[in-house]
Design a protein around this ligand. Structure first.
Ligand code: PMP
Length: 413
C-alpha cells in the first residue's frame, strides 16, 4: 500500500496556487452602508460587491416607506398572505416537485412585465440560469457563437450543450458575420451568446451590430444581463433596454444577486422557450427552487426598480468621475480600459489593469491598509498577464468615497 494520500494532486494544485499568489479567502462579518466589516472587525469601504443600486447597503430590501421605498403591489401581499408564511425559508424541493410558490409565480410575472416578454422563469442562481439555459436551448444541429470574454456560466453552458461552438474575438462583429456567411447553411439554428456588460472589463456588447448581423443571417441572440439589470435603461431593464433592442433579442438571462440585491437568476422570453426550460432544463429541474423568502424580496425590488432613476444616474456619474480622474493620475505601471461610448463610461465596473498577479495582490493589500476593499482579480477569472483591480461602484457610494479611493491609488506606486 502506498502511503501517499489519494488527494496529493489537490494539495499540489493548492500549493501552486499559493505560490502564484492566487489563493483567495475573505470572511465578511457584516455589511453596513457602503462598508464591509471583516472577520477581524476591520471596516473597509467596499468596492468589491455588485450592489450597484445600493439595495443591500441601504437595507432597501427591508424598507417599506421613504423616498426609495419598495412598492408592494396589493395583489402580491394578498396572494402571498404577507411575510408570516415565510418563516421556514427553504423551498424544500425543486420547482417541478413542490418548490414553486405564489412568491415565485409573482416574481416571474413581474420579471416578464419588466422585460416586456411573454413569460419568465426563476432559477436558484444566475449561474444556473446561464449554464442551464444554454445547455438546454442550444441543441445538436445548432451552432453557438460565443464571445471570447463571456462569463464562466455561459462558457460552461456552451460546453455542456450538444451544439457545435465557435469562440469569436471579443466584440468582433465582423468575425461573427464572416462565420455566419460561411457556415449558416450547415445548421438548423445559430445562437450568438454574449454578456451584455462584461463583468471584468466593464465594457458592453455591440448589440446594435449583432442584431443587424443576426437579422441578416437568421440567427438568435442570447444576452446575459447579469450586470445590466437594474443599472441600465430608462426603467432598469438592462443593456437591451438601454440600446432599444429588447424586441430583437428573444431570450434574456439575468441575475437577482447584483443590482436586485438578493439571490437567484431568471430567463425572460417567449412562452414556448420558458415552458421548454421549465420541463427540460437540468439546472432548474434538479436543484431546489429559490427560497420563497428570497423570491418575495426580489419581487419587491423588481417591481420598484423602474422608478430608481436617481440611483442609476448617481452610480453612473460616479463611474464617469472615476474613469475621467483615474486616467490622469494612474502610475505608469497601471492601465485603464478606455470606454468606447458614453454608455460604457457610466458602467459601474471600472477595472485597473496591473498585469502581474502578485503586484495586483500587493496593491489590493495596500489599499486595504488604507481602508479600501478593492479585490485583485487574477487568472483564471481574467486572461494571463491581465491581473487587475476591479472597482465596483454602488449608488450607496458618495463622491468623496470615490475621491478617497483615487487619492489612495495615487499614493501607491
Ligand atoms: N453572469 C455574469 C456575467 C456574472 O458576472 C455572474 C456572477 N458573477 C453570473 C452570470 C452568475 O450570477 P449569480 O452570481 O447570480 O450566480
Amino acid at each position: 500500500m502506498s502511503d501517499r494520500s489519494p488527494f496529493d494532486d489537490f494539495a499540489a494544485s493548492l500549493d501552486q496556487m499559493s505560490s502564484l499568489g492566487r489563493r483567495r479567502r475573505l470572511v465578511v462579518q457584516s455589511v453596513s452602508g457602503p462598508y464591509l466589516v471583516t472577520a477581524q472587525s476591520v471596516r473597509l469601504l467596499n468596492f468589491g460587491g455588485n450592489d450597484y443600486l445600493g439595495v443591500v447597503a441601504d437595507g432597501l430590501a427591508h424598507r417599506s416607506s421613504g423616498p426609495t421605498a419598495l412598492s408592494v403591489p396589493d395583489s402580491a401581499e394578498e396572494e402571498s398572505g404577507g411575510d408570516e408564511d415565510l418563516v421556514a425559508c427553504g423551498a424544500t424541493a425543486s420547482a417541478l416537485v413542490c418548490g414553486w410558490t405564489p412568491h415565485h409565480e409573482q416574481l416571474a410575472a413581474a420579471i416578464a412585465r419588466a422585460e416586456g416578454t411573454e413569460a419568465a422563469v426563476v432559477f436558484p442562481s444566475g449561474y444556473a440560469a446561464c449554464s442551464g439555459t444554454i445547455a438546454t436551448l442550444c441543441r445538436q444541429g445548432d451552432l453557438i457563437l460565443s464571445d471570447q470574454l463571456n462569463h464562466a456560466s455561459l462558457i460552461d453552458g456552451c460546453r455542456a450543450s450538444n451544439a457545435e461552438r465557435e469562440i469569436y474575438p471579443h466584440c468582433d462583429v465582423e468575425c461573427v458575420d464572416r462565420i455566419l456567411s460561411e457556415r449558416r447553411g450547415e445548421f438548423r439554428r445559430v445562437w450568438i451568446v454574449t454578456d451584455g456588460v462584461f463583468s471584468m472589463d466593464g465594457d458592453t456588447a455591440p448589440l446594435y451590430d449583432l442584431v443587424r448581423v443576426a437579422r441578416e443571417h437568421d440567427a438568435q441572440i442570447l444576452v446575459d444581463e447579469a450586470h445590466g439589470t437594474g443599472v441600465l435603461g430608462p426603467r432598469g431593464g438592462g443593456l437591451c433596454e438601454a440600446m432599444g433592442v429588447q424586441q430583437e433579442i428573444a431570450v434574456r438571462i439575468g441575475t437577482l444577486s447584483k443590482a436586485v440585491g438578493h439571490q437567484g437568476g431568471f430567463v425572460a422570453g417567449p412562452r414556448v422557450v420558458i415552458d421548454y426550460l421549465i420541463q427540460f432544463c437540468r439546472t432548474l429541474i434538479f436543484s431546489t427552487a429559490l427560497s420563497p423568502r428570497t423570491a418575495a424580496g426580489a419581487h419587491r425590488v423588481i417591481t420598484s426598480m423602474a422608478d430608481w432613476n436617481e440611483r442609476r444616474e448617481h452610480v453612473a456619474s460616479l463611474a464617469v468621475h472615476l474613469r475621467r480622474k483615474i486616467v490622469d493620475c494612474l502610475p505608469d505601471e497601471f492601465s485603464a480600459v478606455v470606454p468606447v461610448s458614453e454608455l460604457d463610461e457610466g458602467i459601474p465596473i471600472v477595472p485597473i489593469i496591473v498585469g502581474d498577479d502578485a503586484r495586483a495582490v500587493e496593491i489590493s493589500e495596500r489599499l486595504r491598509e488604507r481602508g479600501f476593499y478593492v479585490p485583485a482579480i487574477r487568472p483564471p477569472t481574467v486572461p494571463e498577464g491581465t491581473a487587475r483591480l476591479r472597482v465596483s461602484l454602488s449608488a450607496a457610494h458618495r463622491l468623496e468615497h470615490v475621491d478617497g479611493l483615487i487619492d489612495a491609488i495615487k499614493s501607491i506606486s
